[in-house]
Ligand binder design. Structure first.
Ligand SMILES: CC(C)C[C@H](NC(=O)CN)C(=O)O
Length: 502
């Protein structure tokens, strides 16, 4: 066989070894180290998942504080220079305040001749209850056929741990190889409610902790399929509460129904005007702001392997909004959407309570995209709902509040960090395949701020599986992704060490 007849992945691997001859040897040692510590890594994940660090429930705030302490302790035990940064308080709707979980910063190495990366992640989670339909206790990490089920396993505790274990592996094999770059960590505990307090902290640390950072690394997202991926964009999130208040207390629907104008009817009526059944956002100005789909993007989406039938079967639906791949990917990643998440105050328990709820609060969010601006979206949504409500001539009161205003983020795929030749061989080394270049429909609220404040580039390196069930029942992280993902980070740090220093 001639060299040009070799498969392209093998050629890439050979070229990687030729350009950095020591890579393979060190990688093998490190990879074996990771394999031999697999059970320890799973146990640490179990300990972390056991903490109900649900940032949306203030009653769970002590668990969030404990989670930050555990994170700090882990990094401190590895010899990191660790701080728990106080980021102030959260104001609750009733006017009371509660302490925000402190942010953990840590530093490993300060060699000015090396690149410095800053890993961002979060250790808070979305709510989860067994009664929601989980097959296992969400806070007891359960291994079934190599899948580790538990709330926060994939989003984002295992990826954070994988980065920590990366540093640990380099430290453990110090005789063979030293940490190739300086590594900093910023780990927060409020991501799942919009990263409250983190923007201000990032700005405050710009000229201190963040001043020597060359790149920001984020692994808070997932692959599109079984193929590994690099993520170059995330959508933003504008999260709204729409409160409709009527009578001074709940009423018997038999006694009062037919005489009062019901808050729930008003609320459902206005919610129904947000989006059409075919997915068209009806709020004036929203669709007009969206950056048009370029030919280049269309081509990129067209070239991505994405099986519509298996997507449908994975989520258990018989029909999707669109029937072709490009439309589906575009609407998942780079067009805005409206989702109604829930209604507080509505009767939702099993059984048949015949009540007219006096006050109901709808929770809905708009995933926004370039070139939408959260401040503009807030005004567009508030004005629109007020005008729709006014037409109902209801005596009830409507109050619209935007509680999260997280911006979208989009990387320049031409940046050396994303340029195939420069980085893809670390994927080949670990997975023997090139990654998909994808966008993420979800939000990493701090991403844009990181980039704007530090002026540094972000690279998103997901290790979560396509079917991890983030935010839903039976969230999981596979052992495969957790362990091979750690190896990917190990290989990647080598890669960053060879990038030209800015
Ligand atoms: C603002 C949201 C609550 C952020 C959340 N982020 C993630 O899930 C990242 N893994 C989201 O719903 O997108």
């Amino acid at each position: 066989m001639k060299i040009w007849q070799l498969p392209s992945v093998l050629l890439l691997l050979i070229s990687s070894v030729i350009s950095h001859p020591h890579n393979l040897f060190e990688y093998n040692e490190l990879s074996e180290y990771v394999d031999s510590h697999q059970e320890e890594y799973v146990q640490t994940l179990r300990d972390w998942v056991a903490v109900e660090s649900d940032s949306s429930d203030v009653l769970k705030r002590p668990d969030c504080h404990r989670m930050m302490d555990m994170t700090a302790e882990k990094l401190r035990a590895m010899g990191g220079k660790v701080e728990l940064v106080d980021i102030g308080v959260q104001e609750l709707p009733n006017g009371q305040t509660v302490d925000l979980p402190k942010v953990v910063t840590a530093q490993f190495g300060s060699d000015p001749s090396k690149q410095t990366v800053c890993v961002y992640g979060h250790v808070d989670v979305q709510p989860a209850k067994l009664e929601d339909g989980w097959a296992t206790d969400p806070y007891n990490l359960t291994d079934i056929d190599g899948n580790l089920y538990g709330r926060g396993a994939s989003d984002n505790k295992a990826p954070v741990l994988a980065w920590i274990h990366t540093v640990e592996a380099y430290q453990a094999l110090k005789i063979v190889c030293d940490l190739p770059v300086n590594v900093k960590f910023i780990i927060e505990g409020m991501e799942e409610t919009g990263s409250n307090g983190l923007d201000a902290m990032i700005m405050a640390q710009r000229d201190s902790f963040l001043s020597d950072v060359d790149y920001i690394l984020i692994s808070d997202c997932g692959w599109l399929s079984r193929r590994p991926a690099l993520t170059y964009g995330t959508r933003g999130n504008c999260y709204f509460f729409a409160e409709v208040e009527g009578p001074k207390q709940d009423l018997h629907s038999g006694v009062y129904g037919g005489t009062v104008i019901e808050p729930m009817t008003d609320l459902i009526g206005i919610l129904d005007t947000l989006i059409s059944p075919s997915g068209k956002i009806l709020i004036p100005g929203i669709r007009e702001a969206v950056a048009p789909l370029s030919d280049e993007e269309w081509k990129m989406y067209q070239d991505i392997e994405f099986d519509i039938e298996s997507y449908k079967s994975k989520i258990g639906v018989s029909q999707l909004m669109y029937n072709n791949k490009v439309d589906l990917l575009a609407h998942r990643w780079r067009y805005p959407t409206v989702t109604v998440h829930g209604i507080e105050g509505a009767f939702s328990a099993p059984g048949t309570k015949t009540v007219i709820p006096a006050k109901v609060i709808a929770k809905f969010s708009i995933r926004q995209v370039p070139n939408m601006d959260p401040a503009v979206v807030k005004k567009q949504v508030t004005d629109y709902l007020n005008s729709v409500f006014a037409k109902r001539k209801s005596p009830n009161k409507l109050k619209v509040t935007m509680v999260i205003g997280a911006k979208p983020w989009l990387a320049d795929t031409k940046h050396p960090l994303y340029e195939a030749g420069k980085i893809y061989h670390f994927f080949i080394l670990v997975f023997n395949v090139e990654p998909d270049l994808i966008r993420e429909g979800g939000t990493i609220p701090i991403a844009k701020t990181f980039e704007d404040v530090t002026g540094k580039s972000i690279i998103m390196l997901p290790i979560g599986g396509f079917d991890d069930g983030l935010h839903s029942q039976n969230e999981k992280m596979s052992r495969y992704n957790y362990i091979e993902g750690t190896k990917l980070f190990i290989a990647y740090l080598h890669e960053v060490a060879h990038l030209k220093k800015n």
